[in-house]
Design a protein around this ligand. Structure first.
Ligand SMILES: [Mg+2]
Length: 278
């Protein structure tokens, strides 16, 4: 039999494990069941807040560990570490930006959840969870180009970044999904044993993602899977990686096929989770 390996899977959520439009992971169910049967730790890696990830996991129990706020928060077995900037630093920088720019400035950390709901279209309960941010803060403002330049300069002077996501400029730290992945592996090594009961020295890592903010995580992984973007059908590789594969479909359907292929190659099981002898 091939030697047993301690495998860990790191996955982005939106557009990767979760369908871009419906947020369903149902098309990934066969591979998820296989991962569960093989007792392979599955780690969620997202720009969502820890409260949002815990809510998803409370219902589904999909994940063994959670990496939130784009790598700023690492949570394993209910113990949370903040690797991003302190909340005080985020607030201080936001207040400096507020007094330097020429338009009103509010943010997810400062407004009532009703305003987050109105800005995002989230339900009130989801907006409450989206507002529970520790080390990043999406801004609610209508800036001029000059306001953005001023804000970016202030953030960078304090060692932070101002990143434009889909809709919002977000004040955040230099932490990323790749740093957080390394830290999660250190913490997993405390808990996990190989088949012979020895502590795991090195994990074989698989990472799946669809966006530029997934690149640091994909770069760290032994096996990297790029999930194509649903509406744009991105085909160009996100990064150079000796072991990058492009999933055949967007979202959870592509997640399912690509992960099953890798597990076929590196475990002694097939996609029906039957152990192959020989
Ligand atoms: Mg994504």
């Amino acid at each position: 039999m091939p030697e047993s390996r301690a495998i860990v899977i790191f996955t982005d959520l939106d557009g990767t494990l979760l369908d871009h439009d419906t947020y369903s992971w149902e098309d990934a169910r066969p591979a998820l069941d296989r991962v569960n049967l093989l007792s392979i730790p599955l780690i969620a890696v997202s720009s969502k807040t820890l409260a949002e990830l815990e809510h998803i996991n409370q219902n589904a129990e999909l994940f063994d560990g959670l990496i939130a706020e784009n790598g700023g928060i690492v949570s394993l077995k209910s113990a949370m570490e903040q690797h991003g900037p302190s909340s005080e630093t985020i607030d201080m920088v936001r207040e400096q930006i507020r007094s330097a720019i020429h338009v009103p400035l509010r943010s997810f950390r400062t407004v009532e959840p009703e305003i987050i709901a109105a800005e995002t279209g989230l339900s009130l309960d989801d907006a409450i969870r989206a507002g529970q941010r520790h080390c990043s803060d999406p801004l609610i403002w209508q800036p001029s180009a000059q306001d953005v330049r001023i804000a970016r300069t202030i953030a960078e002077q304090k060692g932070l970044n101002l990143v434009k996501g889909g809709r919002f400029h977000t004040i955040c730290g230099p932490s990323n999904k790749g740093h957080a992945m390394k830290r999660m592996l250190e913490r997993l090594a405390v808990f996990y044993r190989d088949m012979s009961g020895k502590p795991v020295k090195r994990f074989t890592t698989i990472a799946l993602g669809d966006s530029p903010n997934d690149i640091p995580m994909l770069a760290e992984a032994d096996f990297a899977v790029q999930i194509p973007t649903k509406n744009r059908g991105r085909k160009a590789p996100l990064l150079e990686h000796s072991n990058l594969r492009l999933a055949p479909y967007p979202g959870p359907a592509g997640w399912n096929v690509a992960l099953n292929e890798i597990l076929d190659e590196i475990t002694n099981t097939n996609k029906n989770s039957e152990v192959l002898h020989g």
